[in-house]
Design a protein around this ligand. Structure first.
Ligand code: CA2
Length: 166
């Protein structure tokens, strides 16, 4: 029997994003992560998608969730927090996924410290949004909805980096 086509988008948030809206509002704004989840749920209903919305401060937990998403998700939206800039393990987990992967950063990491300019995760990402504030999550959800439409390129056709082999 064929697997039913998933309409569930897994939205994964990395370390310290539980502090959203509580500290550093000049960088990350005033909305909390619960506000972002509520906005994503409203939009997902409109787009006839379901969401799994999660946050963890632990790298292994994010990796386990990516493995779960690999089996179950129509797409992954991930804000890996500071693991963006450090984690080959998260990159390896994402590289094992065939569904679209949208990397979201609330702040414009390219206007910030040099160590935030490099992302391991971008090597696996279908697309990257940075600097749209928390609205970036909704833009990412809309883009996944677009990719799931019949006329959009199949997820398998996600372009590979030119220097990748196979
Ligand atoms: O801009 C983003 O979304 C980041 O992924 C956020 C990470 C940062 O390490 C990345 O370079 C860019 C930090 C998440 C911490 O979030 C906080 C939110 C409020 C108060 C303190 C931390």
């Amino acid at each position: 029997m064929e697997h039913p086509v998933s309409r569930t988008v897994h939205i994964l948030n990395g370390p310290n994003l539980n502090l959203l809206g509580k500290r550093e509002p000049h960088i990350y704004g005033h909305e909390t992560l619960a506000d972002v989840e509520a906005q994503c749920r409203r939009l997902a209903d409109e787009l006839k998608l379901a969401i799994e919305f999660r946050q963890s401060n632990a790298e292994f937990q994010l990796i386990d969730w990516i493995h779960e998403a690999r089996e179950a998700a129509a797409g992954i939206i991930i804000n890996p927090g500071a693991f963006t800039h450090t984690s080959v393990a998260i990159l390896d987990a994402l590289n094992a996924c065939e569904c679209p992967i949208l990397e979201v950063h609330i702040s414009n990491v390219h206007r910030r410290e040099a160590f935030r300019h490099h992302s391991y995760v971008s090597l696996a990402a279908t697309a990257v949004m940075a600097g749209f504030g928390t609205h970036g999550y909704q833009l990412a959800l809309r883009h996944i909805s677009h990719l799931l439409k019949d006329n959009a390129p199949r997820t398998r056709d996600r372009p590979k980096r030119e220097d990748s082999h196979g």
